[in-house]
Design a protein around this ligand. Structure first.
Ligand SMILES: C[S@@+](CC[C@H](N)C(=O)[O-])C[C@H]1O[C@@H](n2cnc3c(N)ncnc32)[C@H](O)[C@@H]1O
Length: 238
């Protein structure tokens, strides 16, 4: 899940990468962004990918900045937002990060800190924190470990094939494959302490519900079971 990996995803992004903003069935991400926009007029989309959040952010904030470390993603995000006068998209480099230090009253990072290596994640959380002003609202969408475990239990009960690796020893550390790619999933308690270690105070934790088809379980649509979810963490930079 390095920079080359994300470069490779850029061309077939819509076929490969889950779009949390448009798949969020109850609109909790949009509402959280709208609440944050009342407190700040300048937002950073950290790890913007091909820019799935940018047109919505552009409507809600006066000024939108977006960074990603993948050149291919940046190119696609720029292309997608070329008619939006308040959006700037840049490659994430050490120089850009230094310039953006403490510059934002709102920071969004949706499914960005998901690398399987704990050191890579720790550095990334700290880099995100450095872009936020003290007191800034920060919105993080992350895969939920509880949801992954719940979906595995549902599969087992239905006698369906399990997700390869979902139960192996790494799953205990929250590393569960998505489409075969080892991906960090967060338990609610862990998320609180990880954010605290990076200089954020968790204020609200909300499940972002998705359709069963997102887990390859479309046959469960319309049943009364709880739907799968990501976590949306709203936090304050302290
Ligand atoms: C799953 S995608 C999410 C993209 C976007 N936030 C969205 O929700 O559509 C993860 C993105 O994080 C970016 N990323 C990962 N590590 C990064 C880093 N250190 N700096 C900037 N971008 C990073 C990747 O290049 C990729 O585009």
């Amino acid at each position: 899940m390095n920079r080359e990996y994300w470069d490779q995803q850029a061309d077939d992004w819509e076929g490969q990468i889950f779009d949390s903003l448009s798949e969020d069935l109850r609109g909790v991400i949009r509402r959280a962004i709208q609440r944050a926009a009342r407190r700040s007029d300048r937002v950073l989309d950290f790890g913007c990918g091909v820019g799935g959040y940018l047109s919505f952010l552009s409507r809600e904030f006066r000024e939108v900045h977006a960074i990603d470390w993948s050149a291919r993603c940046v190119a696609r995000a720029r292309e997608r937002t070329r008619r939006l006068g308040n959006v700037t998209v840049e490659r994430n480099t050490p120089r850009v990060l230094r310039r953006l230090e403490g510059a934002f009253g709102c920071v969004v990072a949706a499914n960005v800190v998901i690398h399987p290596n704990a050191g890579v994640r720790r550095r990334l959380w700290l880099a995100i924190r450095r872009t936020a002003r003290r007191g800034a609202t920060s919105l993080f969408v992350v895969p939920s470990l509880e949801s992954a475990q719940y979906c595995e239990r549902v599969r087992r009960r239905l006698g369906l094939a399990r997700v390869a690796g979902a139960n192996d020893v790494r799953a205990a550390a929250g590393i569960v494959p998505i489409e075969g790619v080892p991906t960090k999933h967060y338990a609610a308690d862990e998320l609180r302490s990880v954010l605290a270690a990076a200089g954020f105070r968790l204020t609200v934790l909300t499940p972002v519900r998705y359709a069963w088809s997102s887990e390859g379980l479309a046959q469960l649509a319309g049943t009364r079971r709880r739907l799968p979810w990501d976590w949306l963490a709203e936090a304050r930079a302290v």
